[in-house]
Design a protein around this ligand. Structure first.
Ligand SMILES: Nc1ncnc2c1ncn2[C@@H]1O[C@H](COP(=O)(O)OP(=O)(O)OP(=O)(O)O)[C@@H](O)[C@H]1O
Length: 364
């Protein structure tokens, strides 16, 4: 097992795929008598990267298995490049869909060398073309000098790179990735994620990535689809979903929130942290005001602002994570802000809201 992985290969040297469209059209999947996917519709444009984000059990992996042809559908159709590949009673098998798969456990063949793991997916090519394509893919992920090794001789990060090389070497039209970084430690994950994204961009392969990590989805996806109970609750760019979540539960998915209940009066809601204009809501509407720890409120030693007191403070890398009591609030307010030596537990501070990171949802 190698502890320190070597760097990745030269960017821009991956073969290019003929990117395909992938379309789920009103797909239902029933398992064990329950609806796991329900009227699930989603279209990926050629070369687009879409992340499926959702709670455990929301149906993300099932959607991926449907696209892969491993899971039959109970209703609806799936099309790849306009051709129906799944319909009730008809499932084109995975190896005839022009897709690549990458799973969280990498699913490498332990008894095959690094090179033969990649060659496995290139059996349809002639020997010399397959070798050239496999070696180019291995060089691109920085494993050009490891082709005779076996997977167990690679570090976790290198195994991930081998899995990526193996899945893009055949130049699939669609690549399906299920939690591809979840087995890597946090330090490695960021680099591997960046380089994987570079490879996906270079190959221009249409990619559907399953993740339960909102930050990962925002970093990777051209669009992010938020799945809830087997159908898409919201879809948009990561920034759109983060800044304009459709409801409180979508907002909670991205970060913990401090929540204040209030009622709209004269076009605004009054909170212990100040007034918030709500021109789109009728007077008398009961709302939840949700404040994000990162950016929602700011602490300073001098006013203006609502007076509060820091009751806990943790040091994250470059950030302070504080809890602040404010008169009139039922629970302490969570605030993350750039690290400052001037803030300490027990200290009196002033709290100001940043409207851009404060969300107001009508209560249902
Ligand atoms: N073979 C099966 N029989 C019955 N229920 C199943 C079967 N496979 C999956 N399910 C159920 O379907 C639901 C969705 O599963 P799925 O694996 O797609 O969710 P997920 O969003 O990928 O979750 P996770 O993030 O935990 O992997 C879950 O409630 C699961 O228990």
């Amino acid at each position: 097992m190698t502890e320190e992985p070597a760097g990745w290969g030269t960017r821009g040297t991956t073969g290019v795929s003929f990117a395909a469209t992938l379309e789920f059209d009103a797909v239902d999947v029933r398992l064990g008598g329950r609806a796991v996917l329900s009227q699930f519709s989603l279209t990926l444009r050629p070369g687009e990267i879409v992340c499926l984000l959702g709670e455990s059990g929301s149906g993300k992996s099932t959607a991926l298995r449907v696209a892969a042809g491993i899971q039959p559908v109970s209703a609806g159709v799936v099309r790849i490049n306009g051709e129906i590949v799944s319909a009730p009673g008809m499932t084109v098998p995975a190896d005839r869909r022009g897709i690549g798969l990458m799973f969280q456990d990498f699913a490498l063949f332990p008894h095959l060398t690094v090179l033969h793991n990649v060659l496995f997916g290139l059996r349809k090519l002639g020997r010399s073309a397959a070798l050239a394509q496999a070696r180019a893919a291995l060089r691109r992920v920085g494993l050009g000098d490891r082709e005779a090794d076996y997977p167990h001789m690679l570090s976790g990060g290198q195994q991930q790179r081998l899995a990526l090389a193996r899945s893009v070497a055949p130049r699939p039209g669609v690549l399906l990735l299920d939690e591809p970084f979840s087995s890597l430690d946090a330090r490695l994950r960021e680099t591997v994620r960046e380089e994987t994204l570079a490879v996906l961009r270079e190959t221009n392969v249409t990619s559907l990535i399953v993740t339960h990590d909102p930050e990962e989805a925002m970093v990777l996806g051209d669009r992010v689809a938020l799945l809830r109970h087997g159908c898409i609750a919201q879809i948009g760019t990561g920034a759109e979903i983060y800044s304009r979540p459709i409801d409180l539960s979508a907002a909670r998915f991205f970060s913990p929130l401090s929540e204040i209940e209030a009622v709209v009066s004269r076009g605004m809601v009054s909170t212990p942290l100040g007034d918030i204009l709500t021109p789109d809501l009728a007077d008398g509407t009961a709302v939840t005001v949700a404040i994000r720890p990162a950016g929602g409120a700011r602490l300073s030693r001098t006013g203006p602002g609502a007076p509060g007191r820091i009751i806990s403070k943790r040091d994250a890398i470059g950030e302070d994570i504080c809890e602040v009591t404010v008169a009139g609030l039922d629970a302490p307010l969570g605030v993350r802000q750039p690290a400052s030596t001037s803030l300490a537990v027990g200290q009196d501070v002033y709290v100001t809201l940043n409207r851009e990171h404060v969300l107001v949802f009508p209560r249902v």
